[in-house]
Every structure is written in C-alpha cells, then in structure tokens.
Design a protein around this ligand. Structure first.
Ligand code: NI
Length: 316
C-alpha cells in the first residue's frame, strides 16, 4: 500500500510548482520586453525615416578588434607588393629578351612551363576560353587586333587582364608588315597599342607579326619600339583542325619545357580550338606542365639568343 505523502514531500512538490510558475512568468516578461524593444525599434526607424544598414555595418566593423584589422591590411599589402615585384620581374625578363634575342619562338628549358597563345581576337570565343583557363588555373597570352576593339570586346580585354592573362599586339588589321612601308608599320603599332591600353590593359610589350611574317628590318623596328617579337614553337593548325581530340593529341606529343603554342581565339569559327583547350590543359597537368603567360615563362625559362624560325601561318 502506498504511504501518504509526508509533509516534506508535499513541500517539495509545492516548491517545484513554484519554480515552474516563476520560470513561466519570467519567460512571459522576457517576451513582453522583446516585443516592446522591437516595437520601439520599428517606431524609431520609422520616425527617423531611414533604415541605416551602413551605420550597422560601421558598428560591426568598429566591433572588429583593431589588431585584426591591422593584420588584414598587412596581408593585403604583402599580396599587392608580391604582385608588383612579380610584374617588375616579368618586365625585366621582357626587356632582357629584347636586348639578347632577335625574337622568341621558344623559351629556355629550365622548368616544365609552356605558354599558350591566342591570336586574332578578341572575339565571341574569348570568354569561353577564359572560362576554361580559369577552371584549370592556367594563364595565357592573347595577341589582339586593334580594329576588333569595341565597347563589348573592351570588356572582354579587361577581363583577360583582370584574370592574370597578358594582352599582346597583333597589328591593327592583320596586314603583312613585311609588305608595309616603315611609317605605316609604326602607325599600326601606335594605333593598336593606344587602342588596347585605352581599354585599361597595360601597354602591350609583346608583338606577334601577322602570318608570322618578318624580316630583319621589321625585327629592328619592333625592337626600336621597345617591343618583343613572339613567334611559336608549336603550331596547332587550329584554323584547319576539325577534331579537338586529334588536335590536343598533336600538341601534347610535341610539348617541351619552354614551348610557345600558337592557337586562335578569333579570325573564324574557333569551336575546335575551344573544345580542344580543356583536353590540352588536362594533358599538360597530367604531364606535370604549367601553362603560364609569355612574360611569366621568360622569367623562369630565359630564351636562348639563337632562336629557331617559326613556320609562317596561312591567312586566318
Ligand atoms: Ni593572326
């Protein structure tokens, strides 16, 4: 038979009930206060006529300890300094090559780095090519034609630069420079470089002659303009290729440290080039190669002063 509750038990039950009641009361008061605070807040925001996210953000920023802000600023400054030093190393490597080599068709073999180059753009294919390069963390050099710069393609050129690629000069209108008087060559260089830099790109220091056509007098003129003539050691012949897998296979079988690879992002239908690019980049990665810009390649793989002549290309 259960024994009746003792007075002590009775007291314990009462106290527990009392606690529950107090908790309920406290919760109710808390909720009430919250409602009042929210209502006053809404009224204040309403009466001042504006919701102030900037002020809140400033308050949040002010809450970040000073030491943390200083660390963030120092990290950003170190990154900017490192990028500036790298740009200046690249500029120095280009200047050295201008002094020591008549032109560059291949860089040295010091590291497993190669340079992919795209001619005859900017074009509607350029953006897709940039997407693929970004996906593989690869960088490239784009030899652009001045007359193709429009407000739309200028945005593409800005994206090329912002994503760490390099813009080079491929003439104003793809005229064979060996058939032009010197004054006209000069006019083409000045106009093209001014147009390309007006987009926000650094003034081009690399020049690729249309059709790969050059002679000693043209080389001397390019050098006098403080520009470096860049040819290639691997021609993908992408202007006539129809099978991306075959094109990629050909490039990968010819690849060597310091290779400069000729491709096209403009001048025609570049579907095969666009589809071959991921296969080429995947193959390069598997073989331990890094795809970099021409100036980056010249820093680590200085070109020899005796350069092999590249085969001229047919008209795009
Ligand atoms: Ni071309």
């Amino acid at each position: 038979m259960p024994s009746p509750p003792t007075p002590r038990d009775h007291t314990a039950v009462s106290q527990a009930q009392l606690h529950r009641r107090r908790r309920r009361r406290a919760t109710a008061i808390g909720l009430g206060l919250l409602v009042i605070v929210l209502a006053v807040g809404a009224l204040t925001a309403g009466s001042s006529g504006s919701w102030d996210p900037a002020g809140l953000k400033a308050a949040a920023t002010a809450a970040i300890p000073e030491a943390q802000l200083q660390r963030q600023a120092a990290t950003a400054k170190r990154a900017a300094d490192a990028a500036r030093r790298e740009r200046s190393r690249e500029n120095a490597a280009v200047s050295t090559a201008i002094r020591t080599a008549p032109y560059v068709s291949a860089a040295g073999a010091e590291t497993k780095r190669v340079a992919l180059t795209f001619d005859d753009g900017p074009s509607p294919y350029t953006r897709g090519i940039l997407d693929t390069l970004a996906r593989f963390g690869a960088h490239a050099t784009f030899f652009n034609l001045g007359y193709l710069v429009t407000p739309t393609t200028a945005a593409t050129i800005r994206r090329v630069v912002a994503e760490g690629h390099v813009i080079g000069d491929h003439s104003w209108d793809h005229t064979d420079f060996t058939k032009l008087p010197r004054a006209q060559v000069r006019a083409q260089l000045v106009r093209t470089n001014a147009t390309l830099s007006a987009t926000g790109a650094p003034p081009p220091r690399l020049f690729r002659p249309p059709y790969g056509a050059f002679n000693p007098s043209l080389l001397a003129q390019i050098r006098k303009a403080k520009m470096l003539t860049i040819l290639w050691s691997i021609d993908t012949a992408d202007y006539s290729a129809t099978d991306p897998a075959e094109m990629a296979q050909q490039v990968l079988s010819d690849i060597k440290p310091g290779s400069i690879i000729l491709m096209h992002d403009g001048g025609g239908n570049r579907t095969t080039t666009s589809n071959a690019l991921p296969l080429i980049l995947k193959g390069l990665k598997e073989r331990g190669y890094e795809a970099v810009t021409v100036p980056q390649l010249l820093v680590t793989n200085p070109p020899s002063s005796s350069q092999q002549s590249a085969t001229p290309t047919p008209a795009p």
